[in-house]
Design a protein around this ligand. Sequence first.
Ligand code: SF4
Length: 340
Amino acid sequence: MPGDLLLRVRGLATWYELRRWGLFHQGWVRAVDGVSFHLYQGEAVAVVGESGCGKSTLARTLLGLVRPVRGEVWFEGRLLQTTEDWRAYRRRVGYVQQDPYGALPPFMTVRRILEEPLVVNGVRSASERRARVVEALEAVQLVPPQEFLLRFPHMLSGGQQQRLVVARAVILGPRLLVADEPVSMLDASVRAEVLQLLRALQRQRALSVVYITHDLSTVRHFCDRVLVMYAGKLVEQAPVGELLRDPKHPYTQALLAAIPDPDPENATRLRPVPPGEPPSLVRPPAGCRFHPRCPAAIPGVCDRKEPLDFEVGPRHLSACWLHEGAVVAEAASVAGADPS
Ligand code: SF4
């Protein structure tokens, strides 16, 4: 059962302005364009989609690193409005970056890296800082901690560096963790270990997690729910088991079809993925943004009207006109009346 509601996002839009040439305004990149979802305390939610779908911008917005141009973010029942609201919110959110080596200052020891957020946030007692550093290292299984305190990042393996990034993300006791592709730069052998570590920390501390990934195959053992993103919008949201077993949206079905089957016997049984590239986020297609690639697109509907979120099961939403019986029936009658 989910805990209390921690985060509610409504109609969130984060756009980047394209470079201006004199007075000529070239437009906006609509990286996140009307995203709504919620997250319960202690829940892990994956945001999946192809590169360039806007999921990293969504992560940066949730981290408070960029401010949305539109929409609302509610945290612990409070609407974030002022700069001070966002500042206070950021202290409750931990960030696990994609590239551990790039995320860690090379000239600082493990001890200083972990002490820094404590110093910045006013933990004055040296003994308390030391105790919290040791506790954080133990939590991410960099043990015994004394062996790691004086090392520099280049003296750690890739997996150990990512554990250190996780330790830094949780040392202030956040309620929300945003992990942006946290294992995509690690060797396959340590990916599962880091995901298991994140899952264990999430459960022990009742942390809520937003896990950003392009790899649907990693979400099964890590997440409670999945949000599927395409061209700046969420197209499907469902509990992880249901989404993997019975995806409703054609784009989710295509993503799942693209996961290679590790069994060589089944390697030829992949379903075809719709051809084409994700659309421009500067001038996205009208109607459903997936319609130029969608094998089930309904002419005259999908290219004109943006689909609503249809409830297709418990806690399961899919933004596709195929779930609207009247639209499908009308399309079928038009197709039947077509003499060609
Ligand atoms: Fe395909 Fe139309 Fe559904 Fe979009 S709304 S996914 S184009 S059928």
